[in-house]
Design a protein around this ligand. Structure first.
Ligand code: BJW
Ligand code: ZN
Length: 244
Protein backbone atom coordinates (compact mmCIF):
# COMPACT_ATOMS: atom_id res chain seq x y z
CA UNK A 1 0.00 0.00 0.00
CA UNK A 2 1.45 3.35 -1.04
CA UNK A 3 0.63 6.34 1.25
CA UNK A 4 -1.27 9.26 -0.31
CA UNK A 5 1.44 11.87 0.44
CA UNK A 6 3.83 9.66 -1.50
CA UNK A 7 1.49 9.36 -4.47
CA UNK A 8 1.64 13.14 -5.18
CA UNK A 9 5.48 13.11 -5.22
CA UNK A 10 5.44 10.00 -7.38
CA UNK A 11 3.21 11.70 -9.96
CA UNK A 12 5.77 14.50 -10.29
CA UNK A 13 8.69 12.07 -10.63
CA UNK A 14 6.70 10.04 -13.15
CA UNK A 15 6.14 13.16 -15.30
CA UNK A 16 9.85 14.05 -15.06
CA UNK A 17 10.83 10.53 -16.12
CA UNK A 18 8.51 10.58 -19.11
CA UNK A 19 10.26 13.72 -20.41
CA UNK A 20 13.81 12.61 -19.55
CA UNK A 21 16.51 12.29 -22.20
CA UNK A 22 19.10 10.53 -20.05
CA UNK A 23 18.39 8.62 -16.85
CA UNK A 24 21.12 7.22 -14.60
CA UNK A 25 20.19 4.71 -11.90
CA UNK A 26 22.37 3.77 -8.93
CA UNK A 27 21.25 0.59 -7.21
CA UNK A 28 22.22 -1.23 -4.04
CA UNK A 29 21.26 -4.37 -2.16
CA UNK A 30 17.73 -3.06 -1.41
CA UNK A 31 16.70 -3.45 -5.06
CA UNK A 32 17.25 -7.21 -4.75
CA UNK A 33 15.78 -7.59 -1.24
CA UNK A 34 12.33 -8.45 -2.60
CA UNK A 35 13.95 -11.23 -4.64
CA UNK A 36 14.95 -12.86 -1.34
CA UNK A 37 18.59 -11.74 -1.26
CA UNK A 38 19.68 -10.39 2.14
CA UNK A 39 21.03 -6.82 2.25
CA UNK A 40 24.41 -6.09 3.85
CA UNK A 41 23.41 -3.89 6.74
CA UNK A 42 19.82 -4.99 7.32
CA UNK A 43 18.66 -7.32 10.09
CA UNK A 44 19.31 -10.27 7.73
CA UNK A 45 22.89 -9.18 6.94
CA UNK A 46 24.45 -11.81 9.20
CA UNK A 47 25.74 -15.20 8.10
CA UNK A 48 26.62 -17.75 10.80
CA UNK A 49 27.02 -14.95 13.31
CA UNK A 50 29.39 -12.95 11.07
CA UNK A 51 28.47 -9.59 9.55
CA UNK A 52 28.33 -9.87 5.77
CA UNK A 53 30.39 -6.68 5.45
CA UNK A 54 33.14 -8.22 7.64
CA UNK A 55 33.34 -11.23 5.34
CA UNK A 56 33.66 -8.96 2.27
CA UNK A 57 37.21 -7.95 3.18
CA UNK A 58 40.61 -8.98 1.79
CA UNK A 59 41.98 -9.39 5.34
CA UNK A 60 39.25 -11.94 6.17
CA UNK A 61 40.00 -13.87 2.95
CA UNK A 62 43.75 -13.84 3.69
CA UNK A 63 43.13 -15.13 7.23
CA UNK A 64 40.41 -17.65 6.44
CA UNK A 65 39.80 -18.34 2.74
CA UNK A 66 37.69 -21.44 3.54
CA UNK A 67 35.21 -19.32 5.54
CA UNK A 68 34.98 -16.59 2.91
CA UNK A 69 34.58 -19.13 0.09
CA UNK A 70 31.87 -20.89 2.10
CA UNK A 71 30.03 -17.56 2.41
CA UNK A 72 30.37 -16.84 -1.33
CA UNK A 73 29.38 -20.39 -2.33
CA UNK A 74 26.30 -20.05 -0.13
CA UNK A 75 25.44 -16.73 -1.79
CA UNK A 76 26.05 -18.15 -5.29
CA UNK A 77 23.62 -21.00 -4.63
CA UNK A 78 21.05 -18.67 -3.02
CA UNK A 79 21.16 -16.12 -5.88
CA UNK A 80 21.01 -18.91 -8.49
CA UNK A 81 17.54 -19.72 -7.16
CA UNK A 82 16.34 -16.08 -7.04
CA UNK A 83 14.49 -14.24 -9.78
CA UNK A 84 14.41 -10.54 -10.68
CA UNK A 85 11.55 -8.75 -8.87
CA UNK A 86 9.17 -5.99 -10.06
CA UNK A 87 11.83 -3.32 -9.32
CA UNK A 88 14.34 -4.95 -11.72
CA UNK A 89 11.61 -5.42 -14.34
CA UNK A 90 10.43 -1.79 -14.05
CA UNK A 91 13.99 -0.53 -14.63
CA UNK A 92 14.37 -2.80 -17.66
CA UNK A 93 11.08 -1.41 -19.04
CA UNK A 94 12.21 2.18 -18.37
CA UNK A 95 15.38 1.59 -20.39
CA UNK A 96 13.20 0.80 -23.43
CA UNK A 97 11.34 4.12 -23.09
CA UNK A 98 14.03 6.74 -22.49
CA UNK A 99 16.58 7.68 -25.15
CA UNK A 100 19.56 6.92 -22.89
CA UNK A 101 19.84 5.04 -19.61
CA UNK A 102 22.48 3.20 -17.59
CA UNK A 103 22.19 1.25 -14.35
CA UNK A 104 25.24 1.62 -12.14
CA UNK A 105 24.88 -1.20 -9.65
CA UNK A 106 26.78 -2.05 -6.50
CA UNK A 107 25.17 -5.49 -6.61
CA UNK A 108 26.99 -8.60 -7.73
CA UNK A 109 23.91 -10.79 -8.36
CA UNK A 110 23.34 -10.13 -12.08
CA UNK A 111 19.57 -9.68 -11.59
CA UNK A 112 19.37 -6.42 -13.60
CA UNK A 113 20.79 -8.21 -16.65
CA UNK A 114 18.52 -11.18 -15.99
CA UNK A 115 15.52 -8.79 -16.05
CA UNK A 116 16.63 -7.56 -19.49
CA UNK A 117 18.54 -4.35 -18.69
CA UNK A 118 21.23 -3.87 -21.31
CA UNK A 119 23.39 -1.03 -20.01
CA UNK A 120 24.52 -2.25 -16.61
CA UNK A 121 27.77 -1.14 -14.99
CA UNK A 122 28.82 -3.54 -12.21
CA UNK A 123 30.84 -1.45 -9.77
CA UNK A 124 31.66 -4.25 -7.34
CA UNK A 125 32.19 -7.12 -9.78
CA UNK A 126 30.09 -10.26 -10.01
CA UNK A 127 29.37 -13.36 -7.94
CA UNK A 128 29.80 -15.38 -11.13
CA UNK A 129 33.35 -14.16 -11.84
CA UNK A 130 36.41 -15.89 -10.34
CA UNK A 131 39.91 -14.50 -10.42
CA UNK A 132 43.29 -15.99 -9.63
CA UNK A 133 45.08 -14.69 -6.54
CA UNK A 134 48.45 -15.12 -8.33
CA UNK A 135 48.20 -14.84 -12.12
CA UNK A 136 45.95 -12.76 -14.37
CA UNK A 137 43.52 -15.61 -15.12
CA UNK A 138 39.83 -14.97 -14.56
CA UNK A 139 36.71 -16.82 -15.60
CA UNK A 140 32.93 -16.60 -15.48
CA UNK A 141 30.99 -19.62 -14.25
CA UNK A 142 27.73 -20.39 -12.52
CA UNK A 143 28.83 -23.97 -11.79
CA UNK A 144 29.04 -25.33 -8.25
CA UNK A 145 32.57 -24.87 -6.91
CA UNK A 146 34.81 -26.90 -4.60
CA UNK A 147 35.44 -25.43 -1.12
CA UNK A 148 38.75 -23.88 -2.30
CA UNK A 149 38.66 -23.52 -6.12
CA UNK A 150 41.98 -23.53 -7.97
CA UNK A 151 43.21 -21.66 -11.04
CA UNK A 152 43.17 -23.84 -14.16
CA UNK A 153 46.29 -22.05 -15.45
CA UNK A 154 48.65 -21.94 -12.46
CA UNK A 155 46.97 -24.07 -9.77
CA UNK A 156 46.86 -21.29 -7.16
CA UNK A 157 43.79 -20.26 -5.18
CA UNK A 158 40.96 -18.49 -6.97
CA UNK A 159 39.01 -15.70 -5.24
CA UNK A 160 35.55 -14.27 -5.90
CA UNK A 161 35.68 -11.62 -8.66
CA UNK A 162 34.16 -8.94 -6.46
CA UNK A 163 35.48 -5.70 -4.95
CA UNK A 164 36.19 -5.77 -1.24
CA UNK A 165 36.84 -2.85 1.13
CA UNK A 166 40.11 -1.08 0.41
CA UNK A 167 40.28 -2.48 -3.12
CA UNK A 168 40.11 -0.47 -6.33
CA UNK A 169 37.10 -0.80 -8.60
CA UNK A 170 37.70 -2.77 -11.85
CA UNK A 171 39.69 -0.77 -14.40
CA UNK A 172 37.63 1.87 -16.20
CA UNK A 173 34.45 1.19 -14.21
CA UNK A 174 34.56 4.33 -12.08
CA UNK A 175 35.06 6.63 -15.08
CA UNK A 176 32.18 5.01 -17.02
CA UNK A 177 29.93 5.29 -13.95
CA UNK A 178 30.85 8.93 -13.38
CA UNK A 179 30.30 9.77 -17.02
CA UNK A 180 26.79 8.28 -16.81
CA UNK A 181 25.92 10.15 -13.59
CA UNK A 182 27.38 13.48 -14.74
CA UNK A 183 25.53 13.50 -18.04
CA UNK A 184 22.12 12.33 -16.80
CA UNK A 185 19.19 14.68 -16.30
CA UNK A 186 17.65 12.38 -13.66
CA UNK A 187 19.46 10.20 -11.12
CA UNK A 188 17.46 7.48 -9.37
CA UNK A 189 19.18 6.13 -6.25
CA UNK A 190 17.51 2.85 -5.33
CA UNK A 191 17.97 0.61 -2.28
CA UNK A 192 21.38 1.69 -1.08
CA UNK A 193 22.33 2.81 2.44
CA UNK A 194 24.70 5.37 0.85
CA UNK A 195 27.42 4.42 3.33
CA UNK A 196 29.98 2.94 0.96
CA UNK A 197 32.28 5.00 -1.25
CA UNK A 198 32.65 5.83 -4.04
CA UNK A 199 28.93 5.22 -4.84
CA UNK A 200 27.84 7.32 -1.85
CA UNK A 201 29.37 10.42 -3.50
CA UNK A 202 27.61 10.06 -6.84
CA UNK A 203 24.70 12.22 -5.69
CA UNK A 204 27.11 15.16 -5.33
CA UNK A 205 28.25 14.69 -8.93
CA UNK A 206 24.60 14.73 -10.03
CA UNK A 207 23.84 17.77 -7.83
CA UNK A 208 26.72 19.67 -9.46
CA UNK A 209 25.55 18.88 -12.98
CA UNK A 210 21.97 19.95 -12.16
CA UNK A 211 20.31 16.53 -12.43
CA UNK A 212 17.09 15.86 -10.55
CA UNK A 213 17.96 13.36 -7.80
CA UNK A 214 15.39 10.86 -6.53
CA UNK A 215 15.93 8.42 -3.68
CA UNK A 216 13.84 5.25 -3.45
CA UNK A 217 14.45 3.47 -0.17
CA UNK A 218 12.58 1.96 2.76
CA UNK A 219 14.06 4.67 4.98
CA UNK A 220 16.07 7.89 5.01
CA UNK A 221 19.83 7.64 4.38
CA UNK A 222 22.75 10.05 4.95
CA UNK A 223 22.13 11.27 1.38
CA UNK A 224 18.40 11.98 1.69
CA UNK A 225 19.10 15.69 2.25
CA UNK A 226 20.83 15.92 -1.15
CA UNK A 227 17.79 14.56 -3.00
CA UNK A 228 15.10 16.54 -4.79
CA UNK A 229 12.61 13.78 -4.03
CA UNK A 230 12.76 11.04 -1.39
CA UNK A 231 10.26 8.26 -2.04
CA UNK A 232 10.19 6.02 0.99
CA UNK A 233 8.77 2.57 0.44
CA UNK A 234 9.54 -0.70 -1.31
CA UNK A 235 11.42 -0.42 -4.59
CA UNK A 236 9.28 -3.28 -5.94
CA UNK A 237 6.15 -1.16 -5.43
CA UNK A 238 7.42 2.35 -6.19
CA UNK A 239 9.39 1.67 -9.38
CA UNK A 240 6.58 -0.18 -11.22
CA UNK A 241 4.22 2.69 -10.31
CA UNK A 242 6.71 5.26 -11.70
CA UNK A 243 7.18 3.37 -14.95
CA UNK A 244 3.54 2.29 -15.37
C1 BJW B 1 15.17 -1.22 0.35
C2 BJW B 1 14.50 -2.39 0.39
C3 BJW B 1 13.41 -2.42 -0.52
C4 BJW B 1 16.06 -2.68 1.82
N1 BJW B 1 13.16 -1.34 -1.29
N2 BJW B 1 15.00 -0.15 -0.33
C5 BJW B 1 36.28 7.82 1.63
C6 BJW B 1 36.07 8.02 2.97
C7 BJW B 1 36.06 6.95 3.85
C8 BJW B 1 36.30 5.64 3.40
C9 BJW B 1 36.49 5.46 2.07
C10 BJW B 1 36.48 6.53 1.19
N3 BJW B 1 36.70 6.04 -0.07
C11 BJW B 1 36.83 4.71 0.00
C12 BJW B 1 36.71 4.34 1.30
C13 BJW B 1 36.83 2.96 1.80
C14 BJW B 1 35.62 2.09 1.49
C15 BJW B 1 34.36 2.67 2.15
O1 BJW B 1 33.49 3.23 1.52
N4 BJW B 1 34.21 2.47 3.43
C16 BJW B 1 33.01 2.94 4.13
C17 BJW B 1 32.41 1.79 4.93
C18 BJW B 1 33.36 4.14 4.92
N5 BJW B 1 35.43 1.94 0.06
C19 BJW B 1 36.19 1.11 -0.65
O2 BJW B 1 37.11 0.52 -0.14
C20 BJW B 1 35.90 0.98 -2.13
N6 BJW B 1 37.11 1.10 -2.85
C21 BJW B 1 37.63 2.30 -3.15
O3 BJW B 1 37.03 3.34 -2.93
O4 BJW B 1 38.90 2.24 -3.71
C22 BJW B 1 39.71 3.40 -3.63
C23 BJW B 1 40.11 3.62 -2.18
C24 BJW B 1 40.44 2.54 -1.37
C25 BJW B 1 40.79 2.77 -0.02
C26 BJW B 1 40.79 4.06 0.51
C27 BJW B 1 40.44 5.14 -0.32
C28 BJW B 1 40.12 4.91 -1.69
C29 BJW B 1 35.39 -0.44 -2.43
C30 BJW B 1 34.08 -0.72 -1.78
C31 BJW B 1 33.72 -2.18 -1.99
C32 BJW B 1 32.44 -2.56 -1.27
N7 BJW B 1 32.29 -3.98 -1.33
C33 BJW B 1 31.05 -4.59 -0.91
C34 BJW B 1 31.14 -6.12 -1.13
C35 BJW B 1 30.99 -6.45 -2.60
C36 BJW B 1 31.05 -7.91 -2.87
C37 BJW B 1 29.89 -8.67 -2.33
O5 BJW B 1 28.71 -8.37 -2.60
O6 BJW B 1 30.14 -9.62 -1.60
O7 BJW B 1 29.95 -4.06 -1.65
S1 BJW B 1 30.62 -4.17 0.80
C38 BJW B 1 28.90 -4.00 0.51
O8 BJW B 1 28.46 -2.63 0.66
C39 BJW B 1 28.70 -4.35 -0.99
C40 BJW B 1 27.65 -3.37 -1.39
O9 BJW B 1 27.65 -3.20 -2.79
C41 BJW B 1 28.05 -2.13 -0.62
C42 BJW B 1 26.93 -1.13 -0.44
O10 BJW B 1 25.87 -1.68 0.29
P1 BJW B 1 24.38 -1.35 -0.13
O11 BJW B 1 24.11 -1.90 -1.47
O12 BJW B 1 24.11 0.08 0.06
O13 BJW B 1 23.55 -2.27 0.89
P2 BJW B 1 23.10 -1.97 2.41
O14 BJW B 1 22.76 -3.25 3.03
O15 BJW B 1 24.09 -1.13 3.11
O16 BJW B 1 21.78 -1.07 2.23
C43 BJW B 1 20.59 -1.58 1.69
C44 BJW B 1 19.60 -0.45 1.60
O17 BJW B 1 18.44 -0.91 0.93
C45 BJW B 1 19.15 0.11 2.95
O18 BJW B 1 19.22 1.53 2.91
C46 BJW B 1 17.69 -0.35 3.07
O19 BJW B 1 16.86 0.59 3.75
C47 BJW B 1 17.29 -0.45 1.62
N8 BJW B 1 16.23 -1.43 1.33
N9 BJW B 1 15.01 -3.28 1.26
C48 BJW B 1 13.96 -0.24 -1.18
N10 BJW B 1 12.60 -3.49 -0.63
ZN1 ZN C 1 46.44 -18.48 -11.83
Amino acid sequence: MIAESLIAKMETVKALLSGARHVAVLTGAGVSAESGIPTFRGADGMWRGELAEDLARPETFARNPELVWEFYNWRRSLVAQCQPNPAHHALAALEQRVPEMEIVTQNVDGLHQQAGSEHVIEMHGSLWRLQCTRCTHFEETRAELPPLPECSRCGNLLRPGVVWFGEQLPRGVLSVALESIASADILLVVGTSSLVQPAASFVHVANRSGAVCVEINLEATPNTGFMDFALHGKAGEILPALVD
